[in-house]
Write a protein that binds this ligand. Structure first.
Ligand code: PA5
Length: 440
């Protein structure tokens, strides 16, 4: 696995006096050590569930693979229904890896659709009109087992099956939920529906490397062991680096940018086909984990960073004007890919003004666009980091997932907030229930 991170454009040596000084970095090392130690102690007490996922036991992986095989005996299509952390991770794995691996390995991909990010009836009607119910399985994912949007869609789909296949409707469902007294789990017990149990201590947005993301991924044809291996490799790399590791540096730089320079907007500028979907997953992780009203000791602080996903090079023709000439209130992370197994060459052009693209590979043009944008934004004073992955595959995506999860909890450490709760989301869920009850 090769993931290279370049922090230089955050520091004064490279970006000038607007950057962070080497002496500030040196004086903060004690804080890095203390956060590193605290997270490791929590990890040793098994209090950080996502850190255990890369080391999933063989029988758990086997269980996922066997459920895929038995589902495929009847169904060639899977629909995942969930919302937030119960959907974004699985959708990200499918979209990022399908787009890249499909061409590279000529692998066979089974169809997976994702529903639940809206209760707008249109996408649900479209999908139902399009799929063959008798060859489709539904994976209903909800940790709480009671999220209104997910349950509403489940009931609609279940009704369709009841009408189509009668009492054998449970054969078309697999649930992923907590094995507690919740509606989904109770329904599974009553109707003998297979269930992937979700750990109580594993929040939705940190659950992509659990069956929440792995079952749909394995169904699609993604190598889930390689995904976990990638995360484990990143874990080993970070452990080897110790208290001055890359994830801690990434977190600290963002903390400094926010608290010292009021740079509260973080842009992930993705240069790689499908990587924007990784951005959509990261966006939830960042916003829901780091936007908090209170510190761990109950003090009201209202901290938070606003994640923005940009797509290169398309957004060079859209967002870049703002990033280049607008306020210096952002940090930018460029996420790019080093090598492409298959490429295309612009052999020649008759446009004299563009003669320099003749003989260039498209991947070379993409790299130049990324580097030029990085140079321009550095000159203008936007603090930036570059993350380069060798290729888009399971190992590298597994590594990136683990890296961003780790950065998130380190950053929460600097802000002294809890990254694992979401009271602001829960209160809105209650308000929706109240409103709908009033309309009864
Ligand atoms: O990350 C989170 O915790 C949330 O986004 C949840 O995943 C989301 O609210 C869905 O909840 P549930 O999985 O209980 O249906």
């Amino acid at each position: 696995m090769a993931i290279k991170i370049d922090f230089s454009n955050f520091y004064q040596d490279s970006i000038g006096s607007i950057g962070i000084s080497e002496s500030t970095r040196k004086t903060s090392i004690a804080d890095w050590r203390s956060i590193y130690r605290r997270i490791n102690e929590q990890r040793e007490r098994n209090q950080i569930a996502f850190m255990q996922l890369p080391y999933m036991l063989p029988h758990q992986i086997q269980d996922i693979k066997e459920t895929v095989e038995s589902t495929k005996e009847r169904c060639d299509t899977l629909v995942v229904v969930g919302i937030g952390g119960s959907l974004l991770g699985a959708e990200m794995l499918y979209s990022v890896l399908k787009k890249s691996i499909y061409h590279k390995k000529n692998q066979h991909f089974s169809r997976v659709y994702f529903l639940g990010d809206t209760t707008d009836p249109t996408p649900i009607l479209n999908l139902l009109a399009h799929i063959d119910l008798e060859h489709t399985a539904f994976n209903i994912v909800s940790k709480s087992g009671s999220t209104m949007e997910t349950i509403a869609i489940f009931e609609i789909i279940r009704d369709r099956y009841k009408k189509a296949v009668g009492t054998s409707w449970p054969n078309y469902f697999i649930f992923t939920t907590e094995t507690t007294n919740n509606y989904l789990f109770q329904t599974a017990v009553e109707h003998e529906i297979p269930v992937f149990g979700m750990r109580e201590d594993l929040g939705g947005r940190f659950s992509v490397l659990s069956p929440v993301g792995l079952f749909p991924a394995a169904f699609a044809g993604i190598d889930i062991q390689e995904l976990l291996d990638g995360a484990a490799k990143m874990d080993a790399h970070i452990t080897e680096q110790g208290s001055s590791n890359d994830a801690l540096e990434y977190a600290w730089l963002h903390y400094m940018a926010a608290t010292e320079q009021y740079r509260l907007i973080n842009v992930l500028f993705t240069y790689g086909y499908g990587l924007e979907k990784l951005g959509w997953w990261w966006r939830q992780l960042w916003a829901e984990s780091l936007g908090k009203k209170h510190t761990l000791t109950g003090q009201e602080v209202r901290v938070g960073l606003t994640p923005v996903v940009s797509i290169g090079p398309a957004d060079q023709h859209s967002q870049l004007q703002l990033y280049n000439e607008g306020p210096l209130d952002k940090t930018i992370t460029f996420l790019g890919v080093t090598s492409y197994e298959h490429d295309l060459e612009v052999e020649h052009t008759e446009d004299q003004s563009l003669s320099f693209i003749g003989g260039k590979l498209l991947s070379e043009i993409l790299a130049a666009e990324r580097e030029a944008t990085r140079m321009v934004l550095t000159e203008t004073g936007q603090l930036n980091i570059s993350i380069m992955i060798d290729v888009i595959d399971e190992v590298h995506i597994g590594g990136l997932i683990y890296f961003f999860e780790l950065v998130t909890i380190y950053l929460a450490g600097f802000f002294n907030i809890n990254p694992f709760d979401q009271p602001g989301v829960e209160s809105s869920k209650q308000r929706i229930r109240q409103l709908l009850k009033e309309h009864d």
